[in-house]
Structures are given as C-alpha cells and as structure tokens.
Design a protein around this ligand. Sequence first.
Ligand SMILES: Cc1cc2nc3c(=O)[nH]c(=O)nc-3n(C[C@H](O)[C@H](O)[C@H](O)COP(=O)(O)OP(=O)(O)OC[C@H]3O[C@@H](n4cnc5c(N)ncnc54)[C@H](O)[C@@H]3O)c2cc1C
Length: 391
Amino acid sequence: MTTMAMIPLTLTDDQRALRAGVLEICRRYPGEYWRELDARREYPEKFVKELTQAGYLAALIPQEFGGAGLGMAEGALILETIHAAGGNAAACHAQMYIMGTLLRHGSADQKRKYLPKIATGELRLQAFGVTEPNSGSDTTKLATTAVRRDDRYIVNGRKMFISRVLQSDLMLLLARTTPVDQVKRRTDGLSVFLVDIRNLKGLEVRPLRMMMNHSTNALFFDDAEIPADSLIGDEGAGFAYILDGMNAERILVGSESIGDGRWFVEKAVAYSSQRVIFGRPIGANQGVQFPIAKAHTSVEAAALMRDKAAALFDAGQPCGPEANMAKYLAAEAAWEAANACIDCHGGYGFAEEYDVERKFRECRLYKTAPINNNLVLAYVGEHVLGLPRSY
Ligand SMILES: Cc1cc2nc3c(=O)[nH]c(=O)nc-3n(C[C@H](O)[C@H](O)[C@H](O)COP(=O)(O)OP(=O)(O)OC[C@H]3O[C@@H](n4cnc5c(N)ncnc54)[C@H](O)[C@@H]3O)c2cc1C
C-alpha cells in the first residue's frame, strides 16, 4: 500500500536539527579550505571523513545495516546544506545514491558484508563506473566486457570521467556480460558489479585535470579479474538496476544545485547591498537587482519541484517526471544565480578569494553531468508528454 504523498512546506524540528548539525561541520571548512584544495586538485579527505563519522553519508542506509534510515528529503537536505554553505558535496554524494543499487538488488550476504562497513566509513563506495569514451550518454552501447571464467569475471575495456576511484575502496561497475548482437533488447546483457578496487590488478587509473576539483579519471581494464560474487542481482539485468537509482541521483544532485543557487543569491545580495558606486549601492540598480531577484525566483521554484520529487520518492510513489524536472530546473537555476552573482561582483567575481569563480565552475557541471540537461528534456518530451522519441 502506498502512503499519501504531501509536499511539506516547512522543515520539521528533526530536519532543522539535521541541517544545524551539517552546518556546524561546514563552518569548520570555510572558503579557504575549498580554495586551497581546488588549487591543488586534492580530495577533501578531512571533510569527507568528518561527515562520514558524524553519520551523514549513511543517512539513507537502513538502521539494520548501521545507517540512519532517513528519507530522501533528509539526504537532499544534507547535500543542499553543504552547497549552500559554500562547500562541495560532489566529493561524497555518490555513496548516497550508489548504495541504493546494493540495497535493492544485492544479496543478503552482500548487504551484510558491505553496508555496515560503508555506513561506518571503513569501506568507501564513491566510484560509479558507467561512462565510456565511445558511448557517452548512450549507455547501452558501452563496450567494457565482463566475461565469466569459473569463479571469476574477466573485465576488459575503458571508462571515462569516473570520479573518486583513487579515494574509494569499492566501485559500482556497469559492463556488458552478453554481446549486444546476442540479446533481444540492447538494454539486456549489461551487468552491475560491486568491485573491490583496492590493488585490483589489471586496472589502470589515469587522473584527469578538470575545470573544477572533481577527482575524475580515465580507467583502463586489461584482463582485470574480479570474483564472481561481485555480481549484483541477476547477470544481464544491470541496466534496469542502474535506472532504478536514477531518481535518487537526480533529486540529490538537484539539491546540490539548489544549495549552490542559494549560496550565489546570498553572496550577490550581500555584495550588491554594500558596494557603493556612483554614490549608491549597486543593488539599487534594476540592472543588478532584477537578475538576482529572477535567480532567487528560479531557485525557489526548483526547490519546490525537488520537494515534490522527494515527497513522492519517500512515499514510495513514482517520481521519474518530478525527479528529472527538479534536476533540470535546479541546474539551470544555479547557473542563472551563478551568472547574476559573478556579474554583480564585477572584477572581484573573478578573484579567487571571493569563492565566486570556484563555485561558478563547480555548479556548471550539473548542466552536463551526471546527465546532461538535453537528455532530461528528452525524457520529459518522450516519457512525460508522449512525444516521439528524439534519439
Ligand atoms: C567532472 C565529471 C565527472 C564525472 N563523473 C562520472 C562518474 O563518476 N561516473 C560516470 O560514469 N560518469 C561520470 N561523468 C560522465 C558524465 O556522466 C558524462 O559526461 C555525461 O553523461 C555526458 O556524456 P559525454 O560526456 O560522453 O557526452 P556525449 O554523450 O558525447 O554528449 C555530448 C553533448 O551532446 C548532447 N547530446 C548527446 N546526445 C543527445 C541527444 N540525443 N539529444 C540532445 N542532445 C544530445 C548533450 O548536450 C551532451 O552534453 C562525469 C563527467 C564529468 C565532466
């Protein structure tokens, strides 16, 4: 039986306490912390450790496996709060949605073996290996193979833009187990593996220097052998398992954008209220004020759609349209706010010490990844509106 979904318009006392707890940690990691790591392209190890130890990254893991057993609304609030405080949860957001695949489709043994250790931070699961150089958004065309040999699978292929591999113990990997010409539908024959990547022979990791600090890599699998019991669920059913996790991913990543949007608006308001040029605060000019007001309006609208998506998710009801629309609106709103913020800062927006340029680079990613907004619109066009498939 499904529960009735209602969109809450205010936070509960527990949610306020949750946000206050996350904020308390964030205050110990101010702009300088993120700026210095950004310059060196280093992983925010200390921040992620503290967040893990406080239990926030295990928010969505059920209590029976050592997590907090909270809902999507709370997971979203945690990530939004980190971004609204000027931080970047991209270093640790994947665990929240990847572990769902293990939770929903893993065996009882796999869940018992991994989830409690993921909850405590003894094992880190932050790497998600889907994208490949030649398939990109067209996931079913991926060419990495996993071939069963006795009690092992032999993995060969290349992956592109796979983040946090060097900072994770485990990676969720999508690979083809049956060649595409031997399956009925091209979505068949793909399998999901939970791979222990610590010292995995046959896996080469080449870090990529990106526009922002994101610990992203190109991966090369050359006869890498993984135990057969790394397989999650049924062989060949992996594409559906990955799709199952997409709504959570969209809501959580959208929440980071909403946090970014709120940070940009707050910064823009503060700066344009105190910066006096031509004898008055620049924020008194409509050319400065209206873009900020418009961005705020967009961020709040995106947050409402995100709240709807999270409420449906937590009530166990279908939320594909809302999760996708929330991700789209949030990424666009954050980008609108980023531009309003950098514009009102004039030259200072480009100076590293203001953090605006760093957040500007960071928030731009979400228009493109984990899924680009064109494909979100294609989903809405086809699956929500019933228009012909566009690709
Ligand atoms: C910093 C960073 C971190 C990442 N981390 C991970 C990770 O951890 N794991 C992982 O698996 N992947 C990761 N990715 C990959 C990311 O998910 C992909 O970049 C993204 O899905 C797009 O794939 P692509 O880059 O190959 O673009 P392509 O698929 O080549 O598309 C290029 C552009 O063409 C447009 N396009 C393509 N097809 C269509 C269509 N049918 N209709 C309209 N427009 C279209 C889109 O606008 C798209 O932006 C990461 C990427 C970045 C940049």
